[in-house]
Design a protein around this ligand. Structure first.
Ligand code: SF4
Length: 306
């Protein structure tokens, strides 16, 4: 099974992804953090090269100001990831630790990221369980609603201890390319001959439906000398970023509205003219929007005003 899996990976695997071609542990770590919530193509083509052009080393990242890191993360969302990357860079300016336990102690590094760094960066003999690999393991071993421990044990049983990096990457690609959540292509799968779940693969796919929450947000717009007044946010999620001030809606001052999706929220954002600048305004010219630390929601709002 291991040999067939690696042979398939050699032929069809996504070897060209830049974080698979590098041995730089920081670059591999960065890719794993970016890939947590963002599609592979967008990370590969936009965010990963742009971020590395600004902060090519852990040291360069450690020496940057938090606002610069947040601005470079702009558009990726989940800004706590950028703040934790920055904190980790400050703690380990020269190199990330090699042990799974030591990695787990760093800000923003959970069990998945620690195991991915160990397997993909340091080539250690360790199981990596991302969503794709979990799906393959559940089906291959016919595990119905297994807990993490059971999944881990099942993955360890088939781990190729001579080629752990390639083995984990192969399972990941297999899950993404053939053993997909819907309509897996078992006839092309190198694991089909002994896969215990192939008769009813979708039985092993958890399809927990996300409960979406609708929410209205009202923001004030105050423009002077072609600059817009923003405020610094305090909440933990967007801390340190700039946002439009929240206001009570006044229909006669209504400008426009738009929809925005953020995690489980389905937002309706409405913009209103306000007659006074908010307290402690941060003035941003419209041509500075791209480089300012703004969430994609705020960028979308500002684009409506240009
Ligand atoms: S045979 Fe089908 S269900 Fe089993 S691992 Fe391959 S693609 Fe997934």
């Amino acid at each position: 099974m291991q040999k067939r899996l690696l042979k398939w990976y050699e032929k069809y695997g996504r070897h060209a992804l830049p974080w698979r071609k590098t041995t730089n542990i920081y670059h591999i770590y960065l890719s794993e953090i970016m890939l947590q919530q963002t599609q592979v193509n967008r990370v590969r083509d936009e965010y990963y090269p742009q971020f590395l052009a600004k902060f090519p080393t852990l040291k360069a990242l450690a020496e940057a100001k938090e606002e610069e890191v947040i601005a470079a993360w702009s558009g990726l969302g989940y800004y706590s990831r950028a703040r934790n990357l920055h904190k980790t860079a400050k703690l380990c300016q020269d190199a990330l630790p090699k042990s799974y336990e030591e990695l787990l102690k760093l800000p923003g590094i959970g069990s998945y990221t620690a195991s991915a760094i160990c397997a993909f960066g340091y080539h250690q003999n360790i199981v990596v369980l991302d969503t794709n690999i979990k799906r393959v393991i559940k089906r291959y071993c016919a595990l119905l609603n297994p807990n993490e421990k059971t999944l881990n044990q099942a993955a360890e049983k088939i781990l190729n201890d001579k080629e752990p990096r390639a083995h984990n990457l192969a399972l990941m690609d297999l899950g993404s390319m053939l053993c997909t959540p819907k309509n897996p292509q078992c006839s092309l799968c190198p694991l089909a001959s002994e896969c215990q779940g192939k008769e009813e693969p979708e039985l092993y796919t958890q399809t927990k439906k996300t409960a979406y929450e609708a929410m209205d947000l009202f923001f004030g717009v105050y423009i002077k000398d072609e600059k817009i007044a923003l405020v610094k946010t305090e909440g933990s999620m967007y801390k340190g970023m700039l946002a439009l001030p929240e206001v009570d809606p006044l229909e006669e001052n209504y400008i426009t509205s738009f929809k925005h999706a953020y995690t489980k929220y389905r937002l309706t954002v409405k913009l209103y003219r306000i007659d006074e600048a908010p307290k402690e305004p941060q003035w941003i010219a419209f041509d500075e929007i791209e480089s300012a630390p703004l969430s994609s929601l705020v960028k979308k709002a500002l684009a409506k005003l240009v």
